[in-house]
Design a protein around this ligand. Structure first.
Ligand SMILES: CC(C)(COP(=O)(O)OP(=O)(O)OC[C@H]1O[C@@H](n2cnc3c(N)ncnc32)[C@H](O)[C@@H]1OP(=O)(O)O)[C@@H](O)C(=O)NCCC(=O)NCCS
Length: 257
């Protein structure tokens, strides 16, 4: 046990994790940039009629180059995740102090999806392209799903039905950290679920088809939300007309744990 928590082991494990993550990202970003490099190699060899024409062409090519790189990054990073096996393990409890392999794999996974979030997410969120990226990363996502928020993580443990909409800044994560332990559980949202702007959906939450979570609400871990119901507040309470006549007057608030 003493050996497991020795400072030397910890430093070595953290250094190894950071080095392998950095090496992987250099390869991923390099491969993603390759088509752009080829295009610029061709552009720089183009015999332009004048310097002004050459400069104009470079200027015009800049933004499309970045978009092409960002698209490539989404594909290559998803392939890299499959090759490395850096995922969030389902239903796990990982002590941070132990620095065991599953925890370090999870840390590298979080870091690698963050790189894509920063470099590509701001361009493509709320589009079918971002939905396709989540799918490539192992999320089980139905048709016509729109994710406007970049605050999702643990994609391989997310399951969304058809016509799900996730509002901007909604936080959906299949991991939490409590008392020095990383805990994971799948998040499942049925068909036509809407998660309101800025809401927090904790681990293990399941929402039935047609369920609506209001803006700025908190759904605690392992909560089951009823189909076709409206939930509001911190923590959420059921507020639709069926359960609370006269609108959200607090009479019959409910959720299942
Ligand atoms: C939850 C929601 C769907 C409810 O809509 P609705 O059924 O039409 O209900 P109402 O707007 O009539 O509001 C019902 C009551 O709940 C209150 N309420 C509405 N949204 C609330 C919220 N997010 N938090 C707390 N209370 C809320 C209203 O003030 C109202 O209270 P009152 O009866 O005392 O006046 C809607 O308010 C909402 O939050 N939509 C967010 C949609 C969103 O963010 N989509 C993401 C993509 S843009």
């Amino acid at each position: 046990m003493a050996l497991k928590h020795s400072p030397v082991r910890a430093v070595w494990r953290i250094a190894w994790t950071m080095a392998t993550f950095t090496a992987a990202e250099i390869v991923v970003c390099g491969l993603s940039a390759f088509p752009v490099v080829l295009i610029w190699w061709w552009l720089t060899r183009w015999s332009a009629p004048s310097t002004a024409a050459r400069l104009a062409l470079y200027g015009l090519a800049l933004a499309p180059s970045y978009i092409l790189f960002a698209l490539g990054l989404m594909v290559v990073s998803s392939l890299a995740t499959r090759v490395t096996g850096w995922w969030t393990p389902p239903n796990a409890e990982l002590r941070i102090a132990d620095l065991d392999r599953p925890l370090l794999n999870w840390a590298r996974y979080m870091a690698s999806i963050h790189v894509v979030r920063v470099l590509a997410g701001t361009l493509f969120r709320a589009t079918p392209i971002w939905t396709a990226y989540l799918r490539l990363h192992g999320a089980r996502v139905g048709r016509r799903v729109y994710v406007a928020s970049l605050a999702l993580s643990d994609y391989n443990l997310l399951e969304f039905g058809d016509d799900v909409v996730i509002g901007d800044d909604a936080h959906i994560s299949a991991h939490t950290v409590e008392g020095g332990v990383v805990k994971t559980a799948r998040v499942r949202l049925g068909d036509r679920v809407t998660i309101g702007l800025g809401s927090v959906i904790e681990i293990g939450v399941e929402a039935g088809p047609g369920c609506q979570v209001g803006a700025l609400s908190l759904v605690p871990k392992h909560t089951r939300l009823h189909a076709n119901a409206v939930y509001l507040g911190i923590p959420v309470r059921r507020a639709d007309r069926e359960s609370a006549p006269g609108k959200a007057q607090g009479g019959d608030w409910q959720r299942d744990k």
